[in-house]
Design a binder for this molecule. Sequence first.
Ligand code: 3HC
Ligand code: NAI
Length: 699
Amino acid sequence: MTAEYKVDGAIAVITLNNPPVNGLGLATRRGVVEGLRQALADKAVKAIVITGAGKAFSGGADITEFGKEDAYREPHLISVIQQLDLSTKPVIAAIHSVCMGGGLELALGCHYRIAAPGTSVALPEVKLGLLPGAGGTQRLPRVLGVEAALNMIVSGEAVMSEMLAMLPGQKLFNKMSASAETLLAEAKALALEVADARPLPRVRDLSCKHPQGEAYFEFAATMVQGMSKNFPAPLRCLEAVKNATTKKFDDGMMAEREAFMQLMMTPESRSLRHLFMAERAASKIPDVPGDTPVREIRTVGVIGAGTMGGGISMNFLNAGIPVTILETKQEALDRGVATIRKNYEAQVRKGKLSEQKYEQRMSLLSTTLNYGDLKNADLIIEAVFEELGVKEQVFKQLDEVARPGAILASNTSTLDVDKIAAFTKRPQDVVGMHFFSPANVMKLLEVVRGKATAKDVLATVMKVAKKIKKTAVVSGVCDGFIGNRMIEQYSRQAGFLLDEGASPQQVDKAIEKFGFAMGPFRMGDLAGNDIGWAIRKRRHVEQPDMKYSASADRLCELGRFGQKTGAGWYDYVPGNRDAIPSEVVAKMIDEHRKSLGLTPRKISDEEIVQRLVYALVNEGAQILEDGIASKSGDIDMVYLTGYGFPLWRGGPMHYAGEVGLFNVVQAMGRFAQNPNDDAKFWQPAPLLAKLAAEGKQFS
Ligand code: 3HC
Ligand code: NAI
């Protein structure tokens, strides 16, 4: 059992002990019930304290149990909480560190609660596409008031215990302990104090009302609906809290349970739960043990103060790590620093950053034209022009000056990290750190593992990524790494769709309706169509049999590189980023179709979405097959955090599983029949074909 039972004089202590965060799995639930049984049977015991071992009171229901048989085995969490509620001896929850989800619901089923300062308190179920399913929606409003409880339940955000303790009239905590260290002793003292108190206070007996009643909930529903249009859970949370004010406690509980079970079956919740697990799994590299010693990163060097170098530097400054930027010319340094200042100043103006923090961050920044000034840096990230010759110069100089053991990283988006590593005499210390633009905003970091990259270098970079709040995903070396290699296939399909009869705006609208933040053509205009043009020119030489629609080349030949030239797939008015359908482009596409002898046909939005998304899926499957990504969840994380794939669909590989891999493969067979498409590409990757035939999924 994963709950311990001990008696200390007149007090029994039940300690949840299910690392890492005392998730309330079956064995733990059984442990609590068994502890309670023993305490009630022991005449010497007058009161019971429940607490958690290690770094949490409890992180809630055991997420790893979801979907498995144990989750449905008695005692359910609701039954456990009912037992506590009905206990004839007082039960005191001693809360510390983390008290979330089912953990908070368990505490709310106790008669008294004492919390240590610094405890993160939350009902975060909504972030998993659920609602609190063990009484949280009925009990929290009774102790915090409707509005504070609704805010916590609908946002899922954690609030510090000391903040909650200050809410006027709150009944969540009977007491705050002086510190985490004194919590247990203070909980026992409280237990002795209340040992003979009767009747025992129960949260379920408290009344729950909002002075504006229906009107308040109508207003709140409009707000919640506006903020969560693709997610069903937030509104269900609201309905449940409303029930707490209108229904009897037991009826409210029943409705909550029903909503919980229904939400558990929704694709949105499956996606969000997948995202939670995939995000944590991404930081684990199969052959790099979790206890691999890491190198210390106290100072960082950045080579190049351009678009990427500036953004990369800001990440470290934000995390309190000093940065030295190196450039070839003083003007370039001045320009780079001015951009960093401008970005911070915009944050200060919007009230997102205090003047003091701004100054603090800028004081950590220094600049140089001299490689010698990087001799003490622990991590040096290169972000110079995307030319192998320039990278060679830089890495050779770094090899001369960097201290032994310093990590040398390249932000290259297309070049071979192994070749870059070979410019040094220490390829084991070289790694790719592929940030996405704007680098100070985008969450994704592809960590590119060269064939010689040392394990402790990888472990260090993964740790650093966490420190600068990035989602790091490891990719092997290949053209485009995970994300751009896949997007190329997606873009190719977008081009073929134009040839066959779709307009840029139809393609964009269809995929944006599916949930992508931006369609491929609007995205091209934002990033610069010339980037893809350069890649295709290279491809025409390296892989002459790779087929592309020539419409994108024609567009670039017209000088329409996108927003930066005021025209791309769309027209733009100066000072405005709105994409206006372009007659020039329509004419260009029409001429291009004629040159191919193609008669435009009506293409459904469904076909557009399938061809774009399944292109990602097939290339993703090949990436897994090639060992470039070690798990399908990593690919999903790349797309969710770097490419605007809709969160509620869980990433391309997860989504393919939702559709059914069999159906995906069938659709690919149909696309292969299209003479304008690339039949060879639509041969399912062997892994995809195998899983589809076995009725399995990627994860
Ligand atoms: N069950 C099982 N494992 C959990 C867990 C949970 N509820 N919460 C976290 N973990 C695991 C993580 O998977 C991770 O495992 P790993 O080390 O093997 O990767 C480990 O705990 C540490 O997690 P983090 O990396 O996230 O560590 P942090 O210290 O940054 O955060 C946390 C800890 C605040 C607890 C965070 O993990 C979190 O927010 N967890 C989710 C809590 C949650 O959503 N609870 C609600 C569950 S649903 C529920 O209770 C239903 C009920 O209403 C009926
Ligand atoms: P940029 O042109 O904005 O900046 C490059 C900077 O490097 C310039 O300031 C230049 O003066 C400096 N530089 C050139 N040679 C140098 C040298 N030998 N020593 C020191 N400084 C030197 O380019 P950007 O966009 O910042 O790209 C940099 C790298 O990041 C490239 O490898 C690119 O492929 C990669 N990248 C770019 C992304 C983007 O969206 N811009 C996204 C991800 C990666």
